[in-house]
Design a protein around this ligand. Sequence first.
Ligand code: ADP
Ligand code: MG
Length: 231
Amino acid sequence: MNKTDKIITLAQKEGRKVLLEPEAKAICSEYGIPVTKFQVAKTEKEAAEFAQAIGFPVVLKIVSADIVHKSDAGGVMVNLKTKEEVQAGFNKILQNAKKYKANAKIVGVLVQEMAPSSTEVIVGSVKDPQFGPTIMFGLGGIFVELLKDVTFRVLPIDEQEAAEMIVGVKAFPLLNGYRNVPAVDVKAIVNTLLCVSKLVMDHPEIKELDLNPVLAYPHSVKTVDARIILE
Ligand code: ADP
Ligand code: MG
């Protein structure tokens, strides 16, 4: 059994529909989607050690199947630059999580590489009652939330369809280089869409997938948050 099947089987055995961020990212990684380096710390000492190994600055996040929207729970801290900040952050995140949901089952704190800020895109997949698995693409933030500037296709998609999805959003000029915003690696986004297509088609157990955000750079992309919900 490959890593992805193992992770899905474990969640099903535990009666969980939500995969944890480290699980979702391990699956993404197996399917060729670049993700931030990460490790799950159980103690503040471990958190500091992992941060040192990954390299500063780092991001800390709560790992709990009971907390799906981590920032809403005070469960994300970015740009921590020293061991001391990481140790204090570890404790603060656990405190915030307990305040948010007293009975949340907490697995640990995810220590991850901090990706430099850049243009944010999102990739999603849901099952349509009529068309089956679909894929969505858009730029992050107001483009999706306010302007609903997104494209959809029925899965599976090929390379040309993936490219059309990207060129098809109204905000595409922002990806293509605009004033002081450098052009991003559209090929790497195409590749990410194709990897998601394969992952979702290979695994009908996946009900929803959400890469939000994926940071897009001139010569690469990196997924900083991944969510997978099982049927
Ligand atoms: P949520 O569960 O609230 O969606 P995210 O993991 O998306 O949590 O984190 C919230 C925000 O923090 C992201 O939208 C992104 O802007 C920032 N962020 C999260 N992880 C990283 C990272 N590794 N590097 C840089 N920024 C990050
Ligand atoms: Mg997110």
